[in-house]
Design a protein around this ligand. Structure first.
Ligand SMILES: *Cc1c(COP(=O)(O)O)cnc(C)c1O
Ligand code: SF4
Length: 338
């Protein structure tokens, strides 16, 4: 008997998730039509779409509520004419990351940890994304540049954690990831390997047995931080993807962004923490949105954030209350707000 799973993973044939990744919804009108919303009511702005195109995986769209313009998943991904609104204090590079970029693809901002922008693209375009103006082209390393990033880590025994970020690191093929993870695992002073990814949420088919085994087999202790903002994002397919990861002894955490009209209310945040816990995921950070141009309509104040955290503390065990943080340029860690 042949084993189809193994033969697909080891061959050059695209896997199912890769096919789905090349069949994203990129036309707002198509998404609205799927949801039974009247596309003629949608004020599309071609400029905005050119700058940061719409990208929505079909399994994510399937979790949206038909007929609801205010659906919390739809609001995260549907380009809005509000993105053209200029507001003082919202800028293209709010984190001033260019300064912490010693070799292409590597950010060394915090003690002990480096972040690799492992893959220059994502499966979804979140409209609030702080990387919407990021110079991915200038930060898409080739193999020889990867070797420089690895050499940089190997040369600094103070680096104990490597964080694969992006874009989305799981948009890479298993083969590419395996190469990178093997190199990282060769560096003895690296004791943990962290991935920050939204793919298990927006395209849970990405979590194959091969991927779970690859990550679970890392010598450096694997930690996977998913990025989920609303309980409605967590359906049975996501649950099954996450359980493959926990079955491989991978620690799961969640980071969310506090977004106006998406999750800036107590019931939504409490439901998110409870649902994550059911799936063996602990809440880690709740970020205030970065002060990036084009995201004024998503901004929530620190005062509102603190109030929501107090509300969560009154209802939940401490381990289900995320830490409210904000990124400030030049700081030696994320800034705790509550
Ligand atoms: C957020 C971040 C980290 C990780 O910070 P933790 O507080 O450990 O989660 C590391 N490097 C960079 C550049 C970051 O933005
Ligand atoms: S997945 Fe993360 S990096 Fe990618 S668009 Fe969304 S917020 Fe930005």
């Amino acid at each position: 008997m042949t084993s189809p799973v193994v033969s697909i993973i080891d061959s050059d044939q695209p896997e199912k998730w890769q096919q789905m990744l090349s069949d994203l919804i990129t036309d707002p009108k198509e998404l609205l039509q799927i949801l039974g919303l009247n596309a003629t009511d949608y004020p599309g702005d071609p400029d905005m779409l050119r700058q940061f195109p719409m990208k929505v995986p079909r399994p994510f769209a399937a979790r949206m509520e038909a007929g609801n313009w205010r659906d919390p998943l739809l609001l995260q991904v549907l380009p809005s004419s509000l993105e053209a609104v200029q507001v003082e204090g919202l800028v293209a590079d709010p984190l001033q990351e260019a300064a912490a970029n010693p070799v292409p693809g590597l950010l060394h901002k915090y003690a002990g940890r480096v972040l690799l922008t492992a893959v220059p693209h994502c499966a979804v375009h979140c409209r609030y994304c702080f990387r919407r103006h990021f110079d991915y082209a200038g930060n898409a390393p080739n193999r020889s540049e990867w070797v420089k990033a690895i050499d940089y880590i190997a040369a600094d025994p103070g680096i104990t954690e490597v964080i694969l970020s992006g874009g989305d690191p799981l948009a890479a093929s298993d083969r590419h990831l395996r190469w990178l993870i093997d190199r990282i695992n060769d560096i003895e002073h690296v004791s943990s390997l962290r991935l920050h990814t939204r793919l298990p949420i927006v395209l849970p088919q990405r979590v194959t047995p091969g991927l779970a085994a690859l990550l679970g087999g890392s010598r450096a202790k694997p930690v996977l931080v998913v990025h989920c903002n609303h309980a409605q994002e967590l359906d049975l397919q996501v649950a099954s993807a996450l359980s493959q990861l926990t079955d491989n002894r991978i620690i799961l955490l969640n980071q969310a962004v506090l977004l106006r009209d998406v999750n800036d209310n107590l019931p939504a945040l409490v439901a998110l923490s409870k649902r994550l816990f059911q799936l063996h995921v602990l809440p880690y950070y709740l970020h205030l949105p970065d002060r990036v141009a084009g995201t004024a309509h998503f901004q929530v104040s620190a005062a509102t954030g603190r109030e929501l955290i107090s509300g969560m503390q009154a209802q939940l065990p401490g381990y289900l209350v995320p830490t409210l943080v904000q990124e400030q340029p030049g700081a030696s860690a994320k800034t705790r707000l509550a």
